[in-house]
Ligand binder design. Sequence first.
Ligand code: LLP
Length: 389
Amino acid sequence: MASLIETAPMLNLNPEQLQQHATPFYAYDLNLLRQTLQSAQQEAEKYNFHVHYALKANANTPVLDEMRKHGFGADCVSGNEVKAAIENGFSPKEVVFAGVGKSDDEINFALDQEIFCFNCESKHELEVLNELAEKKDTTARVALRINPNVNANTHKYITTGLEENKFGINAWELESVLELLQQLKHVQLIGIHFHIGSQITDLTVFKNLCTRVNEFQEWFLAHNIQLEHVNVGGGLGVDYYHPDENLIPDFAAYFGLFNQFLELRPGQQVHFELGRSLVAQCGTLVSKVLYIKNGISTNFAILDAGMTELIRPALYQSYHKIENLTSQKPEVRYDVVGPICESSDCFGKAVMLPETNRGDLIAIRTAGAYGEVMASAYNLRDRAKAVYV
Ligand code: LLP
């Protein structure tokens, strides 16, 4: 077998290590994770910006440990995520809780933990939160998640800031939300929150978001409301096409843009909720080729990993770079597919790979975000393990 080290330097795994783990498995490069977090933290600190890590991207304990050690807070979207954050050492004062459908149990749990802030998405939710807080004789701190109607220019399934989306409170409702808030004595408005989508690579989208945020800020000021913080969400995209060249996203450009275009009131804090850009690059799904099969117009390379381990290609037709870590033969074209009983279980069509054989190791890159967390047990599959290097 050719040296895996030569063909797979990015994994930092030697051949013995690679062979030693049962495939499929996720390999996480913790050094790269640390470098990424350092860069994000450094750039955010320049402007005194505060980042909450979006646990939904990857909630593995070693990943959460690094996030905490680098000073990030936690952005959660379920009671279990709030629980995971706190169990992994995040202070409840660093936890924000978003989501359009928080259950009573989840709200009660977060109230008991006295988390920093609920990002509320509807009038109805504000009423329920108020009622549950009253029963506990407490007050919930809330930020209104506002739907700014800004197009994120990304895949429609991960666009969240358009009026047609289910997320956030629409602008025309804000007047009545303020009237409602005056009656609700157990919720305290401390901020406004936005999140317009994910995998955003066109930074002008964030400039448009800033313009809208500034307009909303004016509106609240005109209504004599002081907001302690503005939360602009996450969404910074990564380069799935060139994972080795652009390992660390351009956090300087990203935070610099918000610093340049956001108009803040004295003492106001700015919060971010980054997920993908912090963890995507450090994760690789490693799989073995089970079979090669000739199709009418293509060859199929059938892997032991499928959409149950990484659903993004099947769900969003998203691109992940695929590499053969074993073979150095001349290239052949393959449809790289998984073993699941669905035709959408395909990692890539017409992929050029060195001639591939049974037993070859295949790396599917940039899988650290929304990979393992979105795994399912469909076809009663075992869960892939995680390996940290
Ligand atoms: N804040 C809120 C309220 C969110 O809904 C999300 C992601 C984030 C922050 C973090 O966004 P990020 O920085 O990771 O873009 N499964 C999809 C992505 C779904 C994102 C959902 N919300 C995918 O694999 O592309």
